[in-house]
Every structure is written in structure tokens, then in C-alpha cells.
Design a binder for this molecule. Structure first.
Ligand SMILES: [Cu+2]
Length: 649
């Protein structure tokens, strides 16, 4: 739905008067109806042109029944369509039935399309490649098992093979291993253990055992088969030399909670074919990784839980787009919590804002800083207020990217903490000793805020909740936030906008559309309104039209090249030359868990000429990474054009 054109004055007066008459009748004649009356008044208010001009307007998107999915991931493709990925959508039944969902929404035609989803990409990481494909890596290999549901003691067994001869050894699912005390544990899946490796240094030869990890579950229920210390286990049925060479070791076998396990599958999603195209697998399994593009053109995958639900101890890896494969990056070993908020800087370094989705250590990897990915050095950035509340916070590179300023917003305490903060903070990465400085407080404490860079150099913040996953906060059962606001970097202040009508917490996202509107999706409350039963995933979609869409006639871009080159000029024709004030390249969003390593707005130097503007693309790849962008021309009242898609290299 496009924003409606301005109705005539007469029509506005007539409809306004009619509503007022209805209201008066309702209030006077029917006192118990006053509440409904105030709702009608609210509806009247928010639909007034003057209101929309000041606060913008929210509208519900009608989604055909078959296309309602749990929007866990979303990205704007260069075809102008919105990729909405659920995978199993945080739904155990869907996971077990291998019902993985992806839909594409086209805002231009309002049509939805289903896309075949080969594996469970739920909780993968993603970022756009220079060719416009969306690299999607990782996902879910296994669902969590809560402590109360763990009946059989279980643990990760490392099966070792001391023999360099006889090649790799395969053990089928259900293979029994026996403890010294006689308890039996069975492998949960097939496992292949490589042969030992012989290493010769001069005259000495050493043998390095081959090893592979696998989940094992005790054959009996209850606590008796729990083992709390590291121990060795024998593989039942082996004899002679095999029994000596092949055995299991485990740190512990307990009835503790089993976390979600990561997957190592990786795809390039092709926006034109609308298809997942498999690439080489990742080296590690990753659940909740962040993917960030580097100036070299490589993509870095950082953090995540491994296939056994353990946080990766700093093992990161690189994707080589030309070869479509992943390689280990031991030179970039560095520990981060899951979904770290990473932003590529103009000089090629990577800023870690401190935003994250938790898991792992409560203290390690929580301090924001600048990561020099050439030397693997990390320089901490001090000054953050509420430094213990970075989990579920959001961070965004403020517009324009040339300012090299990142804002961090809200966040909550570690894990299922009920605490959250109103704090925002801004760091200027361009100064000699970057430090966070306080920004304006949010109207309310907030986690999971969606932040969207708009073409007029402002940032919309919407959604979120004060409590953990929309739940309890200071005595209330529900804590979703309906207030939205726009941050104006020029004034360092928030201005209030219209309120959304759908609450969104965990697993929600918002992205800028090429027509200047913002689409919001998702929300995954832990509990329902009573606070007692499981919550249901929010499948309704809303679209926000910012005030600038009611600010008058939009400038138009009528022609120009599709290909732009860094450091070079390009001409775009427009009948609105005289009033064009700025030109911006907006990198399309690719967002999950309020983490978006792509989103940024790059200012273009602008020269007006008759019937056209000439823009200059900045030179630095750290400022304007290769890929597809939306070119917006913005007039002197802050009204943006509809975007034109361009490809920068
Ligand atoms: Cu999640």
C-alpha cells in the first residue's frame, strides 16, 4: 500500500466533522461507551493529515493465510523484495517435521511467494555479498532440551582412535560405550573417527590420535548414570588391538540443560532465481553467528554455538566469495558472545559495539572495542554506561557513515534478567581515543529495539520490550513497547512518532523499503498474556510511513547508470534539481536478533546541473563496501525520492 495522497481540505473538514458528531453522540448518549469513544477519537487523531505530517503513520499489512511465517530473519533484496526467513521458526514441531519456511514479499505488487528452504536456517548469520546474493551460514542442527526434560544423563563423548592404520572408523547411531562403573551410554548419531596421524620430527615419530565428538545418552533414566568428572569409556564389542586403540572420553555426563546445536550449512541466496544455492560448508557449526564483510571482499563469520550447544571459544572463519568456500581463520582467533554487533569501519577495522545475544561467558567478550582484523589487535572503547546491559541491545552506524559514529541503544541484563535500560551511547570512531559518550535516554527501558536508518539522515527506533521476551517488568505481566521515535543526529535528540499497534520483542526486525517506508515483523514472547502459558509467535506485519512521506511532493529520479564506481562521478536526471539537497546510498538491511552488519547510509558529494545531479562515490571500500545500494535523492524539506537501485564496485 502506498501512502495516500493528501485529501482536499473540504473532504478533511467533512470527515473530521462527521467523526466529531459521532463522538459527541456517543459520549453524551451512552456513558459506558466513553472508552470506545476515546478509541474512536484516537483513530480520528492518527488519521488526520496534520498528525501524519508530524508523527507518520502505521498500517497493518494484510498477509494471506498461507504466507504467515515466524519472521526470524529479514533482508531487503536488490530486486526490491523482502526476504523473510523462518526456518523452523523456533517451533520444535516444525523442526521435527523438517518444515522450514521462507517467503518473499514484494512491496511493489503486495504479493507473497513461498521459497523452498532446504535445511533449518533458523538462527543462521547473514550478510550481503558484492554480487547481491545474501550469504546465509549456520542455523539449527538440534533444539534445546530444558533441564526438566532431560531424563537420560547425556554428554559430549570424544571418541579417539590411536591407530594410524586401518583408516577412519565409522560407528553407527546407538553404538554403546561403557563406563568403569558399568553404565552404558549410546551414541545419538553416526560418527566417523579419523585415523591417528604419524608425525616424524628428525628421528622421533609421534602418533596423534584421531578424534570425533558425538552426543551420548545413558541407557537408563535417572541420576545413577551421571558422571561429573572427566573419564574414559570403552566401546562395547571391540576386542584385541581395537579395544586398546579405540575408546571414548567425556568431561561430564549429566542431566543439565542441552542448548540449541549449530549447523554448518551455508548458502548464497540468489535474489533473481529466488533460490538457496549451497556453498561449501563452514568449518565450524554455528548457531547465532554474526557475518561481516571486510574490505578485502572476504566475509568473516564470528562466534556462535557449536553442534553441541557450546559457545565457540574464539574460532572464527572466512568466506572466499570467488571460491564459494569457507576457510579457518586462526589468525583472527577472538572470543565474542553470540550475534556480536559488528560494523565495518572506513579504515577496514571492525567495530564491536558491545551488542550481543548472550550465551557463553557472562564477562568475557562483553567489552566494546575496535578490532584490527589485519593484526588481530583489539582496542577497548571505554565510557559505556550500564556496561552490564549490552545483551539484546542494538547498535547502528549513524547516518551518514562518513561521520563514523555508532549508536548503542537499550539492552538488558544477562540471560533471562528482568532488567533493561533506557541508555543510549554514541562513539565517534574517528577521534584519537574513541570513547562512548551518553546519548539521549530512550523514553522507556528497552531490549530488542529495531533501528532503521532513514534516507533523511535520521534513525527510526521501534518495537522492543522492557522485560525479557516481552514478559514481566516491574509488576506488569507484559512489557512490549508501542512507542516509536526518530533519532535526529543533528539535534542529538529523539522525536516521538506515531505508535505501532503490534508489540514486538525477541526475534523481531524492521527494514527500510525502497519507497521510504519501514516494514516491521516478528516477535516471540516467552509467555502469553497470563504469564503462565507459552507465548505465540507474532505473525502480523506492519508498515510505517515516516513523516517525510506526508511532507509534500517527492523528488523523482528519472535516469542514470546502474553501475557506480568508488571514487568516480555519475549523473542522475531529475526534474527536481533545484530542490535536491542531499544524495544518499543506503545499503539494504539484512537483520536478525536486531543485529544488522549491513545497514549504513553513505553521503554522496552532490553537484546540481540542468535537469540532473552529479554525485561522487567515496573512495574507501570501508565506507562504501561493494554491493547493491538504494540511491535516494532527498529534497530541502527532507522528502526522499523513491530509491533507484545501483551497484557499487
Ligand atoms: Cu534466536
Amino acid at each position: 500500500m502506498k501512502p495516500r495522497s493528501r485529501p482536499t481540505l473540504v473532504r478533511r473538514l467533512v470527515s473530521g466533522l462527521a467523526t466529531l458528531v459521532v463522538l459527541a453522540v456517543v459520549v453524551v448518549a451512552n456513558r459506558p461507551m466513553v472508552a470506545a469513544g476515546s478509541e474512536a477519537l484516537h483513530t480520528y487523531q492518527i488519521n488526520r493529515q496534520a498528525y501524519k505530517e508530524k508523527f507518520g503513520h502505521w498500517a497493518r499489512l494484510s498477509v494471506p493465510h498461507g504466507f504467515r511465517v515466524n519472521a526470524i530473519h529479514a533482508a531487503l533484496l536488490h530486486t526490491g523484495k523482502v526476504l523473510i526467513v523462518a526456518g523452523s521458526g523456533n517451533n520444535r514441531d516444525a523442526f521435527e517435521q523438517e518444515s522450514f519456511r521462507t517467503v518473499i514479499y514484494d512491496p511493489a505488487t503486495e504479493k507473497f511467494t513461498e521459497v523452498e528452504t532446504p535445511t533449518d536456517v533458523f538462527c543462521a548469520g547473514h550478510t550481503f555479498l558484492p554480487n547481491g546474493n545474501l550469504l546465509i551460514a549456520g542455523g539449527t542442527k538440534s533444539y534445546e532440551v530444558l533441564e526438566a526434560d532431560v531424563e537420560h544423563p547425556a554428554g559430549v563423548m570424544k571418541i579417539k582412535n590411536e591407530s594410524p592404520d586401518g583408516g577412519p572408523r565409522k560407528f553407527a547411531k546407538g553404538t554403546p560405550l561403557v563406563s568403569a562403573t558399568g553404565y552404558v551410554y549410546r551414541t545419538r548419531t553416526d560418527v566417523t573417527v579419523p585415523a591417528a596421524k604419524k608425525m616424524t620430527h628428525g628421528s622421533t615419530t609421534t602418533v596423534h590420535a584421531g578424534e570425533a565428538e558425538v552426543w551420548v545418552d545413558a541407557a537408563i533414566k535417572g541420576d545413577r548414570a551421571i558422571v561429573r568428572e572427566p573419564a574414559q569409556y570403552t566401546l562395547q564389542g571391540l576386542s584385541g588391538i581395537d579395544a586398546r586403540n579405540l575408546y571414548g572420553v567425556a568431561d561430564k555426563i549429566t542431566r543439565e540443560k542441552q542448548e540449541y546445536g549449530g549447523d554448518k550449512t551455508s548458502y548464497e541466496f540468489d535474489p533473481v532465481l529466488q533460490k538457496y544455492v549451497r556453498t561449501g560448508d563452514m568449518r565450524d557449526h554455528r548457531w547465532y553467528p554474526s557475518l561481516v564483510g571486510l574490505t578485502s571482499g572476504d566475509i568473516l563469520a564470528v562466534s556462535g554455538l557449536d553442534e553441541f550447544g557450546r559457545i565457540l571459544p574464539g574460532r572464527n572463519e572466512r568466506y572466499l566469495p570467488k571460491e564459494k568456500r569457507w576457510v579457518a581463520a586462526p589468525e583472527l582467533k577472538r572470543y565474542f558472545p553470540t550475534y556480536p554487533g559488528l560494523h565495518l569501519m572506513a579504515d577496514g577495522k571492525v567495530f564491536y559495539s558491545g551488542s550481543n545475544s548472550g550465551y557463553g561467558s557472562d564477562t568475557e567478550g562483553r567489552i566494546p572495542g575496535i578490532w584490527d582484523v589485519k593484526r588481530n589487535r583489539f582496542r577497548e572503547v571505554p565510557g559505556l554506561r550500564d556496561p552490564r546491559m549490552t545483551e539484546t541491545s542494538s547498535s547502528v552506524m549513524l547516518p551518514p557513515a562518513q561521520d563514523q559514529r555508532v549508536m548503542l541503544l537499550g539492552g538488558g541484563g544477562i540471560g533471562e534478567s528482568e532488567e533493561s535500560t533506557r541508555r543510549t551511547a554514541i562513539v565517534d570512531l574517528d577521534v584519537k581515543s574513541p570513547a562512548y559518550l551518553p546519548g539521549p535516554d530512550l523514553p522507556r527501558p528497552a531490549r530488542y529495539l529495531s533501528t532503521v536508518v532513514l534516507p533523511d539522515d535520521t534513525v527510526l527506533t521501534t518495537g522492543g520490550s522492557s522485560g525479557y521476551r516481552g514478559g514481566k517488568y516491574r509488576g506488569r505481566e507484559r512489557s512490549e513497547l508501542f512507542n516509536s521515535q526518530i533519532y535526529r543526529p543533528a539535534d542529538n535528540a529523539f522525536v516521538t512518532t506515531a505508535e505501532s499497534t503490534v508489540g514486538r520483542n525477541y526475534h523481531s526486525e524492521a527494514i527500510l523499503l525502497p519507497d521510504g517506508r519501514v516494514i516491521t515483523m516478528g516477535g516471540d514472547p516467552l509467555y502469553d498474556r497470563t504469564g503462565k502459558n507459552a507465548g505465540t509467535f507474532e505473525q502480523r506485519i506492519e508498515v510505517f510511513s515516516p513523516p517525510y512521506l506526508f511532507g509534500g511532493k517527492r523528488p523523482v529520479v528519472t535516469g542514470g547508470p546502474e553501475q557506480l564506481t568508488r571514487g568516480e562521478k555519475a549523473r542522475f536526471s531529475t526534474p527536481d534539481t533545484a530542490r535536491i539537497a542531499t544524495a544518499r546510498l543506503l545499503k539494504p538491511s539484512s537483520v536478525t536478533h536486531v543485529t544488522d552488519t549491513d545497514q549504513r547510509s553513505v553521503a554522496l558529494a552532490l553537484k546540481r546541473s540542468a535537469g540532473a545531479v552529479e554525485v561522487t562515490v567515496p573512495e574507501k571500500a570501508g565506507l562504501v563496501p561493494s554491493g547493491w545500494y538504494m540511491l535516494f535523492l532527498v529534497d530541502n524539506k527532507g522528502v526522499p525520492s523513491v530509491a533507484r537501485w545501483v551497484r557499487v564496485s
